[in-house]
Design a protein around this ligand. Structure first.
Ligand SMILES: [Zn+2]
Length: 97
């Protein structure tokens, strides 16, 4: 990591010491998102898992979480870094519903 690190979500912050996942995807997130935004997401993730009773063994449920994560952390760069977000979790549809 260099001094020029700037989080895509908050436009500031400190880089994570290590990637959140041990793969290219994790390193991509590490290069974009700061430690505190990541920790914020981790808290939200737990809430979402509880609220929607997600089963992380289910691909659909993992995809649901990943989409929310992408939105929340601005991984696709849809927002200006640092722009205030009124993040709302995507609706989750019950499998088979
Ligand atoms: Zn950040």
């Amino acid at each position: 990591m260099t001094d020029s690190f700037s989080c895509v979500n908050c436009a500031a912050g400190e880089p994570m010491a290590k990637p959140p996942f041990p793969n290219a995807y994790g390193r991509d997130i590490q290069s974009k998102v700061c430690e505190s935004c990541w920790n914020e997401w981790k808290g939200l993730e737990v809430m979402l898992v509880n609220e929607y009773k997600l089963n992380l063994l289910e691909r659909k449920d993992r995809t649901h979480l990943r989409e929310n994560m992408k939105d929340f952390l601005n991984l696709s760069g849809a927002r200006e870094p640092g722009a205030k977000t009124d993040f709302r979790p995507k609706e989750y549809t019950e499998p088979g519903a």
